[in-house]
Ligand binder design. Structure first.
Ligand code: PGA
Length: 255
């Protein structure tokens, strides 16, 4: 049963110094460590992971990764492997973020990353989402296809190691058209559940579903309450400990 809300902070390529990263993490941990009903995961740039990992105390506020490669070792300059991430004691890895897909990460590569991540015993947070919506609903087919491609070869027993984040590209980042509405997110969370049921039957229900895209202190509770999601993937707002703390606190109150 998914009791706790899973709130993941995707720090992308911020902040510019390790000193700042540590200060932000400590401030977030202060709030996160008091909340029983929330699992907080901060995914910083790789270079900060070890330093932040040293600051982890307890299980409520941990560190995750933003990406992983498809092999555990090899001649892959600049890449970081699932085995390396696992060896640092991390648990969560974001895979297939739209900002990576936009620089050439294909559905097939995302699928290989998912398989390698899960095989290493890590939880993969698979990101899916359409670039734009159309009145005919082609985006629904697109999202369901993204999921099918990404999960190709993932066995039922490994589904517990998968979370799916719905992140409509038009609602992400500072160039976002606007945030999605809780109803937009609800429609897709139902679609994700249906796609999982088509692929895996009842076993598909162990997969956690998250929403991401312009989540802030004002709208977080609405997504959690109205969109049938188990958590949130938060970008910009996760870099402001005060705002992120508000998001965490509202998640904690939702049963
Ligand atoms: P945002 O980013 O919250 O800044 O819109 C979300 C994401 O890209 O994961």
């Amino acid at each position: 049963m998914k009791i706790k809300k899973l709130i993941i902070g995707n720090w992308k390529m911020y902040p510019a110094s390790v000193k700042d990263a540590k200060a932000k993490f400590i401030a977030i941990k202060k709030t996160a460590s008091t909340l029983r009903n929330v699992q907080t995961v901060i995914c910083p740039p790789f270079v900060y992971v070890s330093e932040l990992k040293k600051l982890v105390t307890g299980h409520r506020c941990t560190v995750g990764a933003q990406n992983a490669w498809i092999e555990n070792e090899g001649a892959y300059t600049g890449e970081v492997s699932p085995a390396m991430i696992k060896s640092l004691g991390l648990e969560y890895v974001i895979i297939g973020h739209s900002e990576r897909r936009s620089i050439g990460e294909t559905g097939e590569l995302v699928n290989k990353k998912i398989l390698a991540t899960v095989k290493a015993g890590l939880t993969a947070v698979l990101c899916v989402g359409e670039r734009e919506r159309d009145i005919d609903g082609a985006y629904l087919k697109f999202i369901s296809e993204q999921i099918k491609v990404a999960l190709h070869g993932v066995q039922k027993k490994d589904l517990i190691k998968i979370a799916i984040a719905y992140e409509p590209i038009w609602a992400i980042g500072k160039h976002a058209v606007h945030a999605a509405s809780p109803d937009d997110a609800l429609e897709v969370s139902i679609l994700i559940k249906k796609t999982l049921a088509d692929l895996y039957g009842k076993d598909g229900s162990v997969v956690s579903i998250l929403y991401g895209g312009s989540v802030d202190a004002k709208n977080a509770w609405e997504f959690l309450l109205k969109s049938q999601v188990d958590g949130l993937l938060v970008g910009r707002a996760s870099l402001d400990p005060k705002v992120f703390g508000e998001i965490l606190k509202s998640a904690d109150q939702i049963k």
